[in-house]
Write a protein that binds this ligand. Structure first.
Ligand code: TZP
Ligand code: MG
Length: 220
């Protein structure tokens, strides 16, 4: 990724779709098909999150998603697995607070891969930024059944956005109805699992999310 504004590893974070094997299974949609539909609707970045897959399957899935996404100019971020990201030539990695540290991830990735870090408060956000994160995922902002995690709400989300200079995406229970409120709170985009992959029409869902995010960005 070339730098366009002094910061390295820019990435269009407006509609950030995170894959989840359970959503794809529920709708009997193969991963590649789900990703194709999400991108067709206007998804700007894809994260592959395979909590169950072993390394081999994760690499094959990543290669397939990368080949689909590259043609559309959409970045692909790998959840947790730096080895999978490096082996497949993905655009970057996303790590949580219990994964390998942001500092270690940055060291392993080198300067030119995108590094995202999950945060729940201002302290974690500032630390991740200092340790080389390119963007933050803050949440869960709203209640969600996709992941067993605590809810931070819009107030804390806004504090996190104000505290850092890197972009923040909202995650957790984000949908078309509340996406705009997280952008109003300072987010550069929204990260979703079920709002795109857990619905009958991922393409239409991504398109509506994109409209809501773009409209909220316009109003800022
Ligand atoms: N991290 C914080 S909440 C969450 C993750 C991965 C789940 C988001 O899923 P959904 O379906 O968009 O609420
Ligand atoms: Mg993780």
């Amino acid at each position: 990724q070339a730098s366009t504004s002094g910061r390295t590893n820019e990435c269009d974070l407006r509609v950030y779709a995170v894959t989840d094997s359970s959503c794809n299974a529920a709708w009997k949609r193969p991963l590649g098909e789900a990703v194709r539909l999400a991108i067709l609707g206007g998804t700007t970045v894809i994260q592959i999150r395979q909590k169950q897959a072993d390394g081999g399957q994760f690499c094959r899935d990543a290669e397939e998603v990368i080949s689909i996404a590259r043609k559309a100019g959409v970045a692909v971020i790998i959840n947790d697995r730096i080895d999978v990201a490096l082996a497949t030539g993905a655009d970057g990695v996303h790590v949580g607070q219990d994964d390998i540290s942001a500092a270690a991830a940055r060291k392993l990735l080198g300067p030119y891969k995108i590094l995202g870090v999950s945060v729940k408060n201002v302290e974690q956000a500032l630390k991740a930024q200092a340790n080389g994160a390119d963007y933050l995922g803050a949440g869960a902002v709203f209640p969600t059944s996709t992941k067993d995690t605590s809810v931070i709400g819009l107030g804390l989300l806004s504090e996190i956005c104000k505290a850092v200079s890197i972009p923040v995406v909202s995650i957790g229970g984000v949908n078309v109805d509340n996406a705009g409120s997280t952008v109003a709170a300072g987010c550069a985009g929204v990260a979703v699992v079920s709002a795109v992959f857990g619905v009958p029409d991922p393409s239409a869902a991504a398109a509506e999310l994109r409209r809501r995010v773009d409209a909220a960005l316009e109003r800022r």
